[in-house]
Design a protein around this ligand. Sequence first.
Ligand code: BEZ
Length: 401
Amino acid sequence: MTSSIHTPNRRRFLLGTAGLVASAAAFRFPTPAIAQAVPLRVGFMLPYSGTFAKLGDFVDNGFRVQVERLGGQLGGRPVEFVKVDDESKPESATDNMNRLVGREKVDVVVGTVHSGVAMAMVKVARDTDTMLVIPNAGVNEATGPMCAPNIFRTSFSNWQVCHPMGKVVHDAGHRRVVTITWRYAAGDQMVGAFKEGFTDAGGEIVEELAVPFPEVEFQALITRIATLRPDAVFAFFAGGGAVKFVKDYAAAGLHGQIPLYGSGFLTDGTLEAQGAAAEGVQTTLHYADDLDNPANTQFLKVFKDKTGAVGDIYAVQGWDAAALIDVGLRATNGDWAARQETVAAMRSAKLDSPRGPLGFNKAGNPVQDIYLREVRNGRNTMVKVAEQAVNDPARGCRISA
Ligand code: BEZ
């Protein structure tokens, strides 16, 4: 499903200004002054339905609220949006991406949430040399072996958010841990990164449990956890699945009996629905609700004022995606076609993010602090910085620094 907000149509604008330019070549290589008047076409490829629907909405809103804060423009250019609901379905991802790039002729694609969908998007972005900013999906390959100058991420890699948790769990005295996740790229990679950190510290993974994405029938596996009686459980679920898992875990009587840990997606954007079942759950993420910095204070206020909702990590990542594109466009006075300069500015950007200072590595992945948080009174409260300035190793990326 595609819907567009049609501020002045780009094609119409170009036709309408034909008299202002001297030759056809000027259409293809607009001067900065002309480029500034042409709306930047942003294609959102996000889940607007299914278990990740709320995550997609918050990314979308975070981006739009940032654009509004910047005066309704990015790098001095008005913005028009095209939306595609990717439904978190990898099998439709190539067609959806081709539609945005081919038919809709967007200047930049912002998406998505699901790692499997993101993999297909990365392939099309590489083949068509389309600028892609990933505002959530953590699939390691996007900023690993599939890295490219036109691909950026304002979120995290699956490795990055979970590797620090291995040491945290071991330091808490736990030695035998069961992992549980959805069986797909994000789940496999997050569990893999936790396992790497935990076993390197001397811990043992007793059993790795999984259900297919996006299934939420957890009962049999929760019974298995009760039978195994590990010291702790590490989980990756997000959105509607995370709500159901945390509530089922508590309903089975395991809350307070077998400590529950996870990547922050287990409790971000979900706490209202999880209620008391989430209290005490500890997670690692590149954000916490109570981060005490001016950028976070402003973000939470502006987001609440504009949407009526409390901002979460997904909104932060959308907000930062818009800020990053703004940096790229500003460097060229709005000339998005000046790709080398745009990319160089984005690679070296230092964003004042609600999560704290945000820079990027050679592969375009954030370098960022990872926080240990605990759910206290319905908030993801920061306990400490689990690891400072975590840089994904970008294994297999051939861009030189
Ligand atoms: C992923 O598929 O990469 C993902 C989905 C939801 C939350 C975090 C990661």
